[in-house]
Write a protein that binds this ligand. Structure first.
Ligand code: ZN
Length: 271
């Protein structure tokens, strides 16, 4: 499933391909995505893609008077292709831009293609999203104040998109390991120092994943644009039963938190 780093890598790959280009047409082959593709989308021709932003896992193509909102869902990918490239089974949406087109492939159809006139932040799907972890607004003070009212475990707090957006299961485990915080610790019990370490760890972890995905950027130019080939070396994620890479003495443990697996080192992340 595409996570924040994959979406950010996608954004960076698409930006130089699309920004400044005029939309020349739209093709919707399957409007039944996670939400029906609105008819407004069919009337986008003539608008210019001014910039591409990301909010959480949503890509926002700024068209001046509104935004085309794209989400990759569980299985979506975006590619830039020559116009006229034959569509395959799961190629549901094309945005034509003169000598190239942006194509959404989404076998499971949990992705989204939406339009909002004006400010994208006002869209109901975006309005309640939490702080962006890679922004300067996400810092020790902000994390400290955000966590005060929550006795839920810090791992689950981090993964709650209404608090902090886009920190998925892998990145939550990895960040807590880097910050040496027990994933079960109640969020409100974190000290200011722990909030400082954790906010930095989240940024480091996400940036590392974005860098690891950077090698897929070239795919957006060619025919095969599968983003999200992240060959990362994890500290604890998916390493239950193996020796901790830091302390080299304890064994990484796995536990369940809210139906999700959490990985941690009982020595490095003491209660
Ligand atoms: Zn350890």
């Amino acid at each position: 499933m595409p996570e924040l780093p994959e979406v950010e890598v996608t954004r960076r790959g698409l930006a130089p391909q699309l920004i400044g280009r005029v939309i020349s047409g739209v093709a919707v082959r399957e409007p039944r995505l996670r939400w029906p593709v609105p008819r407004d989308v069919l009337a986008l021709a003539g608008r210019t893609v001014r910039t591409i932003r990301r909010r959480g896992k949503y890509l926002l193509l700024d068209c001046g008077d509104g935004h085309l909102i794209l989400h990759l869902g569980m299985s979506g990918s975006l590619r830039v292709l020559p116009p006229g490239t034959p569509a395959q089974k799961h190629d549901h949406f094309d945005l034509l831009l003169g000598d190239r087109m942006l194509r959404l492939r989404d076998p499971r159809r949990f992705g989204a293609v939406l339009w909002i006139a004006g400010d994208a932040r006002a869209h109901p799907l975006l309005a309640h999203l939490g702080v962006e972890p890679l922004s300067s607004a996400f810092n020790s003070g902000r994390l400290y104040s955000l966590t005060r009212a929550h006795r839920t475990a810090i791992k689950q707090f981090l993964m709650d998109g209404r608090r902090v957006v886009g920190v998925g299961n892998i990145y939550a485990s990895e960040s807590l390991f880097r910050a040496r915080i027990d994933p079960r610790k109640p969020a409100k019990k974190l000290s200011m120092e722990q909030c400082r370490k954790l906010s930095q760890a989240v940024k480091l972890t996400l940036r590392g994943a974005i860098r690891a995905g950077g090698s897929t950027l070239r795919d957006f130019v060619g025919a095969d644009g599968a983003a999200g080939c992240f060959q990362q070396r994890y500290w604890v994620y998916d390493r239950a039963g193996q020796k901790c890479r830091r302390c080299r003495s304890s064994v990484v443990r796995k536990l369940q938190q809210g139906q999700r697996s959490t990985y941690y080192c009982p020595s490095c992340q003491k209660r």
